[in-house]
Design a protein around this ligand. Structure first.
Ligand SMILES: Nc1ncnc2c1ncn2[C@@H]1O[C@H](COP(=O)(O)OP(=O)(O)OP(=O)(O)O)[C@@H](O)[C@H]1O
Length: 654
C-alpha cells in the first residue's frame, strides 16, 4: 500500500516497526506503577528549595519567640518585685519585640509552606487525574464514578490537609519544634522540676494517642455514613424526574433519614470521646500545676529556686500541653493520610493503563502542547513513557489531514471478544466483516447479538481477544489512540453533551484546535441545527445544561451531528442515531445524517429495518458472527433470519 514511511531517528517518540510485532509487545497494557510515591513528593518538594529554606528559618524564628515568652514573663515578675536590677522598660521592650516578631515569622512560615504545598498538590492532582483518564475502558466498568472522584477530592484532600492543616500554631512542625525546645529549656532551668513536666508530657501524649486509637473505628463509621448520605442525595437529585413521576419523595426522604441516623449516632459518640479526652488532659494539666506549686513553691521559699524560674515553668506547662496534643494529632492525621495514599495507589496500581493513549498524552505534554506544570512526566517517576508500540509516521494525502490508510476498507478479521469483566462469556466468535471505503454498511440483528460491541472495538475502547481490525490493510494498532480518535466519529442514540455552550459543544469536534465561529455555524447549518440554535436565548452561547439536559433529544442529536461534521473523520458510526426521535425530529436528523454520511465509510446500526434498506450492504449479526450479508433484496431472497425479521416488523407495523 506504501502509505507509511520510516520514522526519522531523532524523534524519541518514534520507534521502528517490525511487521507482525503486535502480539509480542506490551501494547495490551502494562501493570502501572504506583502513581503516588514519597520519592515523587520529594522530587516535587526539592524544586522549592528556597521556600523550604525560608520556611525552616521562619519556623526556628517563631519557635524561639514562643519559647522565650515564659522566660521573659519570669524576668518580668522578678523585676517587679525588685529581685532583678534590670529596668522594667527593658524587659517590656523585649516582650514587645517578641510580640511583633512572632506573628511576622508565623506569616512567612505559613505563606511559604502553604504556597509550596499547593504547588505540589496541583502537580499531584494533575498526575492522578491524568492517570485515571488513561485507564482502559474496563477500569471505568469496574469502579463507580463516585469512587474515582473520591480519590481526587477526599483522598488527595487528606494529603493536602496533612500540611495545610498542620502549619498553624500547636500543630505539626511547630508543635514538634516547641516540644523539643521546651524540654531543652526546662532541663537547663531546673533539673528537679523538669521531670514533673516530663510526666505531664507523657500522660497527655498517652491520653491523646488512646483517644485517637479508640476513635479510629468510629471515624471510619462516621466517614462511611457520610459517603452514604452523599450517595443517597446524589442519586435522588440526579433522578429527580423519575422520583417525581413515581411520587417517590416520601421513600427518598425516609431513605435519607435512615442514612443520617448512623451519622448522627457516630457523631455523638465522637463528641463524648472528645470531651472525655479534653477533660482528662485538663485534669493532667491541673495535677502538674499543683505539683509545680507544691514542689516549686517550697523550693522558692527555701531560696533554692528563683521566682522567675518558677513563673517560667508555669508558662511552659501550657506551651508543652498544647504542643504535645498537636504532635499526637498530627501523627493521627498522618495515619489517615497514609491510608488515603494507599487507597489511591491500590486503585491505580493494579489497573492497566492504556499505554497507547498515555503515550499520546505524554508526547503532547513533552512537546508543550499540553500544560502539565513542572510535573516532568505524567506517568512515570524520573523517566518518560516510551512508545508502547511501534509508532508510524504516516504520509498525509489530503488537505484535511487524513492518512492514506484511512481511505481504505475497514476489515474485522476473525475477531473474537469477551468483555474483561465477563471473560467467560464470548460475545464475538470469529466475526468477519468488511466496511467498504466510502459506502454504507448496515448492521442488524437481535438484541444482545454483539452489534454495539463491534462499535466499541472499532472505537478501540476495547481490543479484540483474538483476530484484528485493519484499515487500508494496516492493523489499527499502528495508530496511537489519539491519532485513531481523529479517524472515527460515533453518533449514538443518546449523545452526551458537555455543560458548556452550544457553540463550545460543536467545537469539541476538534478539541485541540481554535475553531472559528464561521466553521461552527457552517457545521450547524449542515446539521439542520442553525435555525433552532439562533432561536435560543443566547444563540450559540446558550448553555446546554448538565449532559445537555436543557435541550430536546432531537436538538442534542443535531448538535452531536454538527460536532461530527466539524470533526470530518473519514469513518462514521451511527449507533441507533435516530431511534429515540419523533417523526419530525427524525426527518430533520436524517437529513443531517445524509449530509454527514456523504463520502464516508459508514456503519449504521438500526433496529428499525426500514431505515437501513438503502444501505450498500446489510450485515446480519447473530451470536457474535455475521451470518448473512448482502443488499436488502438479496437478503430477502435468501429467506433467512433477515427476511423473517423484516416480516416480524412488517406484521408489527400492520
Ligand atoms: N461493558 C460490558 N461488560 C460486560 N458485558 C457486556 C458489556 N456490554 C455489553 N455486554 C454484553 O455483551 C453482549 C452483547 O451486547 P451488545 O450491546 O453488543 O448487543 P447489541 O447487539 O448491541 O444489543 P442491542 O441491540 O440490545 O443494543 C450482551 O450479552 C451484553 O450483556
Amino acid at each position: 500500500m506504501g502509505a507509511f514511511i520510516s520514522p526519522p531517528a531523532p524523534d524519541p517518540y518514534t520507534r521502528g516497526f517490525e511487521s507482525g510485532g503486535f502480539a509480542e509487545q506490551s501494547y495490551l497494557g502494562a501493570k502501572a506503577a504506583p502513581p503516588l510515591s514519597w520519592g515523587l513528593i520529594g522530587t516535587l518538594l526539592i524544586k522549592h528549595r528556597l521556600r523550604i529554606a525560608v520556611s525552616v528559618v521562619s519556623l526556628l524564628g517563631c519557635t524561639a519567640c514562643i519559647l522565650s515568652m515564659p522566660l521573659l514573663s519570669g524576668k518580668f515578675f522578678e523585676v517587679l518585685i525588685g529581685k532583678r536590677p534590670e529596668s522594667l522598660w527593658d524587659v517590656l521592650t523585649k516582650v514587645g519585640v517578641l510580640y511583633i516578631l512572632e506573628p511576622i515569622f508565623t506569616i512567612i512560615f505559613v505563606i511559604n509552606m502553604n504556597t509550596m504545598w499547593e504547588k505540589v498538590m496541583k502537580a499531584l492532582r494533575v498526575r492522578i487525574f491524568g492517570r485515571i483518564l488513561v485507564q482502559k475502558v474496563e477500569f471505568f466498568d469496574r469502579y463507580k464514578v463516585g469512587e474515582l472522584t473520591g480519590l481526587l477530592t477526599s483522598d488527595l484532600g487528606s494529603l493536602k490537609d496533612v500540611v495545610s492543616e498542620n502549619i498553624s500554631r500547636d500543630r505539626g512542625f511547630r508543635a514538634f519544634s516547641e516540644v523539643m525546645g521546651t524540654i531543652c529549656i526546662l532541663f537547663s532551668l531546673s533539673i528537679q522540676l523538669a521531670p514533673v513536666l516530663g510526666l505531664l508530657m507523657l500522660s497527655v501524649s498517652g491520653f491523646v494517642a488512646m483517644y485517637k486509637r479508640s476513635t479510629v473505628p468510629l471515624f471510619k463509621a462516621h466517614g462511611l455514613a457520610q459517603a452514604r448520605i452523599s450517595d443517597c442525595a446524589t442519586e435522588t437529585f440526579s433522578a429527580i424526574r423519575t422520583v417525581r413521576s413515581f411520587s417517590g419523595e416520601k421513600r427518598q426522604m425516609s431513605m435519607f433519614i435512615n442514612q443520617i441516623l448512623p451519622y448522627k449516632i457516630s457523631g455523638m459518640k465522637l463528641g463524648i470521646l472528645k470531651s472525655a479526652n479534653e477533660s482528662l488532659t485538663r485534669v493532667m494539666v491541673y495535677i502538674s500545676l499543683m505539683a509545680l506549686y507544691c514542689l516549686g513553691g517550697s523550693k522558692v521559699k527555701a531560696g533554692e529556686l528563683s521566682l522567675g524560674t518558677m513563673t517560667s515553668f508555669i508558662g511552659y506547662t501550657f506551651t508543652l500541653t498544647f504542643a504535645v496534643q498537636g504532635c499526637v494529632n498530627t501523627l493521627g492525621d498522618l495515619r489517615g493520610t497514609l491510608a488515603a495514599v494507599e487507597r489511591i495507589n491500590s486503585v491505580l496500581t493494579g489497573s492497566e493503563i492504556d499505554e497507547s493513549l498515555a503515550y499520546g498524552l505524554e508526547r503532547d505534554a513533552q512537546r508543550g502542547s499540553l500544560d502539565i506544570g513542572n510535573l516532568g512526566s505524567l506517568y512515570k517517576d524520573g523517566e518518560y513513557l516510551q512508545s508502547p508500540i511501534t509508532h508510524y509516521r504516516l504520509e498525509k494525502t489530503t488537505s484535511s489531514g487524513y492518512h492514506l490508510a484511512w481511505s481504505g476498507d475497514v476489515c474485522l478479521e476473525d475477531v473474537y471478544f469477551s468483555y474483561p469483566l465477563r471473560s467467560d462469556v464470548d460475545v464475538l466468535n470469529g466475526l468477519n466483516l468488511t466496511l467498504k471505503c466510502g459506502t454504507i454498511t448496515a448492521l442488524v440483528g437481535p438484541s444482545g447479538a454483539g452489534k454495539s460491541t463491534i462499535v466499541q472495538l472499532l472505537a478501540r475502547f476495547y481490543e479484540p481477544t483474538k483476530g484484528r481490525i485493519t484499515v487500508g490493510g494496516e492493523d489499527v494498532r499502528a495508530f496511537d489512540k489519539s491519532e485513531w480518535a481523529r479517524a472515527i466519529s460515533i453518533v449514538n442514540q443518546d449523545p452526551i453533551l458537555f455543560s458548556v455552550s452550544v457553540g463550545e459543544n460543536i467545537a469539541y469536534g476538534l478539541p485541540d484546535e481554535d475553531v472559528s465561529k464561521e466553521d461552527i455555524v457552517e457545521a450547524a447549518k449542515a446539521a439542520n441545527a442553525h435555525d433552532f440554535i439562533i432561536s435560543l436565548p443566547q444563540g450559540y452561547d446558550t448553555p446546554v445544561g448538565e449532559r445537555g439536559g436543557l435541550l430536546s433529544g432531537g436538538q442534542r442529536q443535531r448538535i452531536a451531528i454538527a460536532r461530527a461534521l466539524l470533526k470530518n473523520a473519514p469513518i462514521l458510526i451511527l449507533d441507533e442515531a435516530t431511534s429515540a426521535l419523533d417523526a419530525v425530529s427524525e426527518r430533520l436528523v436524517q437529513g443531517a445524517l445524509n449530509h454527514l454520511m456523504k463520502g464516508r465509510t459508514t456503519l449504521v446500526i438500526a433496529h428499525r429495518l426500514s431505515t437501513v434498506q438503502n444501505a450498500h450492504q446489510i450485515a446480519l449479526c447473530s451470536q457474535g458472527k455475521i451470518t448473512e450479508l448482502g443488499s436488502h433484496s438479496e437478503l430477502l431472497a435468501l429467506k433467512g433470519q433477515y427476511a423473517s425479521l423484516v416480516d416480524t416488523q412488517r406484521l408489527a407495523f400492520e
